[in-house]
Design a protein around this ligand. Structure first.
Ligand SMILES: Cc1cc2nc3c(=O)[nH]c(=O)nc-3n(C[C@H](O)[C@H](O)[C@H](O)COP(=O)(O)O)c2cc1C
Length: 267
């Protein structure tokens, strides 16, 4: 290529300034082509428009339908079928594309599946409550015990996976964001999971904030158990599975007009 360009320049007659200008133009053109190539490679690597395929987006009716169809479905309405690894990866890929200020990507998950692993998880909470009994009210203990007993039989039998929802505080060492921004990014990530799950026919789940075990949930020991540090947060679990046949779910919302103040001239 270089030989060809030099040969071409030898053939060009005229003043030196013209030859230099020609060299400059050729160098500029080569630089431009290389940059274009680099951009194209990057775009292909990230799957087109930075992560998705803009040519096959659902239309607005389909988007609204997906959003409105998403339901919170409890373990009692699941039937025990296990989600494939491929579909689990799909959910976690969706989770990973949440919006994130300064790209701190603070969402973290601990994915639990299998009866024994679920029982181990519940047992950890049980141990924690037993060990800390003296610092808790009898009301706290009763609430925990009732829920623990019911989940011990429900979760391993009915749920496919539990995704423990965690937030890494200051995931980037040089970026300390307000905590609320990291909480919101994590919540967006959970919503991505929930919507992606809604697109899998027959599958459902819900966000359990783990209020029944809130003392353990917020404890240092629980964070250690989940591989987190003290300033990180746990926001419960997303529990999912195959919906038992014949189940139907409904939900309602008040009109959006009651929640929005319009200061616009657009009718
Ligand atoms: C942050 C968060 C925490 C939630 N925690 C619980 C929970 O602990 N238990 C529960 O039954 N539902 C929980 N939900 C689900 C709500 O109950 C559910 O969204 C609501 O009933 C509306 O139903 P829908 O999601 O089907 O529209 C939670 C939802 C959110 C956003």
């Amino acid at each position: 290529m270089l030989d060809y360009i030099l040969e071409l320049l030898q053939d060009v007659s005229g003043p030196l300034i013209f030859q230099l200008f020609l060299i400059y133009c050729i160098a500029f053109l080569i630089g431009y082509v290389m940059k274009l190539r680099q951009k194209l490679t990057l775009s292909l690597e990230s799957g087109g428009g930075g992560g998705g395929d803009e040519t096959s987006l659902p239309n607005k009716d389909q988007v609204l339908n997906l959003i409105k169809t998403r339901r919170s479905i409890m373990p009692k309405d699941l039937c025990g079928e296990i989600l494939s690894d491929e579909d689990l990866s799909y959910l976690l890929e969706a989770a990973n594309w949440a919006p994130t200020h300064h790209k701190t990507e603070p969402w973290r998950y601990v994915a639990i599946s299998g009866s024994q692993n679920m029982l181990d998880y519940l047992e950890f909470l049980e141990d924690w409550y037993s060990t800390n009994r003296e610092n808790l009210t009898s009301d706290d203990m009763t609430k925990f015990d009732v829920k623990y007993q019911s989940l011990k039989s429900l979760l391993p039998a009915n749920a496919s996976h539990m995704l423990i929802i965690c937030m890494k505080r200051q995931a980037l060492p040089d970026k300390l964001l307000p905590e609320w921004e990291e909480i919101c990014a994590t919540a967006c990530s959970v919503q991505n999971i929930h919507l992606a799950l809604t697109a899998l026919p027959g599958w459902g789940g819900f966000w359990s904030s783990h209020t029944w075990c809130k003392h353990a949930r917020d404890s240092k020991q629980f964070k250690e158990y989940l591989g987190l540090e003290e300033e990180d947060r746990v926001f419960g679990a997303f529990i999912l599975g195959k919906v038992a046949p014949g189940k139907k779910f409904k939900s309602t919302r008040g009109p959006w007009q009651d929640k929005v103040i319009m200061r616009t001239n657009i009718e």
